[in-house]
Design a protein around this ligand. Structure first.
Ligand code: HEM
Length: 360
């Protein structure tokens, strides 16, 4: 049972909370072209098509999501309206288009696919039965909008499949710089995105949707937080990656073979559209205005964690996409709108090139 109360009434969802811009369609077209170009560079080189970004998986897990009982009205919305249980598939990843040595230390993504979900769906997702939530281990997106992201992506695209060793050396320099910046009590999103992420265990991390979604009658961002003791012990735990190009994947598999993992899924309701904007993805919603509050738990019992067979099933046979969604969890804002075409283009590309249908 949840005891946290909000300091103000949550903002009600209304289509007017989104503001469309004239240049969106062009930005989305350029994004798709850049992403498909990155994916085909890698497919030509490796003979296998991967995601245009988040190509490398470090953990492929099965688990169960349990909606908490007795949620108060503003939190008992959409998928979280009743205390039900759902099977989930989880994919832990790092963002580049390439499968790099793990000593290039990067942000971590965690995608959660909730299976067997019933209810009205967002347009384009009508045939589906899953609700996907995508998270990264930082509270905000690197750019305010899709246009800003496209600028960095174009820079990144020019380095795809080039100089992996130089990226590893650069990464170790950036990790040192990031430690220095952190000693001043802050973190640098730019250094982290370029390879300066601390070499820590990804299962100790807290993950964020970074951008908002409809939360039934309201609007929210979500967070995935480790809560079981064995996961909590991994918070900021260093990883020894010396001589282990796939050391992150190995550490995840070592852990999940022995211990169950439990996360809390938390929602942060929007209570002020000025200070908690829908359109600007680079603004962190202040937790003192509206805290993240638990709405569900995800449990993954001990299991294999990663294998080639799992990679064929999940990396190749599935697509995690915020637009695989109930109408009650419609993705919101400029970045989310751009993701609709970008994810479809990337998954269609890899499905066609590999001759492997995407099952969900
Ligand atoms: C305009 C902004 C963005 C674009 C164009 C974009 C594009 C993409 C694409 C093309 C994929 C691969 C899809 C596939 O082949 O199945 C992907 C995966 C992913 N993205 Fe984004 N993305 C954006 C923003 C974000 C944000 C804000 C987050 C924060 C949570 C995020 C988290 C992820 C994660 C975790 C994955 C991996 C999903 C998986 O494991 O399959 N992305 N993104």
């Amino acid at each position: 049972m949840n005891t946290t109360t909000l300091s103000a009434m949550p903002v009600r969802y209304d289509p007017a909370v989104e503001t469309f811009r004239d240049d969106e369609a062009q930005t989305q077209k350029d994004l798709v072209a850049t992403l498909v170009d990155m994916a085909s560079t890698m497919a030509d080189h490796t003979g296998h098509a991967m995601r245009a970004v988040h190509a490398k998986s470090h953990g492929l897990l099965r688990g169960e999501l349990r909606v908490l009982d007795g949620l108060p009205e503003p939190l008992a919305q959409g998928l979280f309206a009743s205390a039900r249980r759902y099977p989930v598939v989880m994919r832990l990843s790092t963002p580049p288009a390439e499968v790099l040595d793990d000593r290039v230390s990067l942000p971590r993504g965690m995608a959660v696919k909730v299976l067997g979900v019933e209810g009205a769906r967002v347009e384009g997702s009508e045939g589906g039965t899953t609700q996907d939530f995508l998270f990264v281990d930082g509270p905000v997106f690197a750019a305010p909008d899709a246009k800003g992201f496209l600028r960095s992506l174009k820079l990144l695209a020019s380095t795809t499949d080039k100089a992996p060793n130089a990226k590893r050396v650069l990464s170790s320099v950036l990790q040192g710089l990031e430690k220095t910046v952190e000693s001043f009590g802050t973190r640098s999103g730019t250094l982290i995105a370029l390879g300066g992420h601390p070499e820590t265990h990804p299962l100790g991390a807290t993950f964020f949707t970074q951008v908002p979604l409809r939360y039934g009658a309201y609007i929210a961002k979500l967070q995935l937080v480790p809560v079981s003791p064995a996961l909590l012990a991994l918070e900021n735990a260093p990883l020894d990656l010396a001589g282990k190009p796939d050391g992150t994947r190995e550490a995840v598999a070592d852990f999940i073979r022995q211990y169950p993992a439990v996360w809390e899924l938390r929602a942060q309701l929007c209570i002020d559209l000025e200070r908690m904007p829908v359109e600007d993805a680079s603004v962190e919603w202040p937790q003192e205005l509206s805290p993240f509050v638990a709405v569900a738990r995800i449990t993954a019992d001990p299991q294999e964690g990663w294998s080639e067979a799992l990679a064929r099933e999940v990396d190749d046979g599935m697509a995690f996409n915020p637009w695989h969604a109930l109408a009650a969890h419609r993705p919101l804002g400029n970045v989310m709108r751009a993701r609709k075409v970008a994810y479809a283009a990337s998954s269609e590309f890899r499905s066609e090139r590999n001759g492997c249908p995407i099952h969900r």
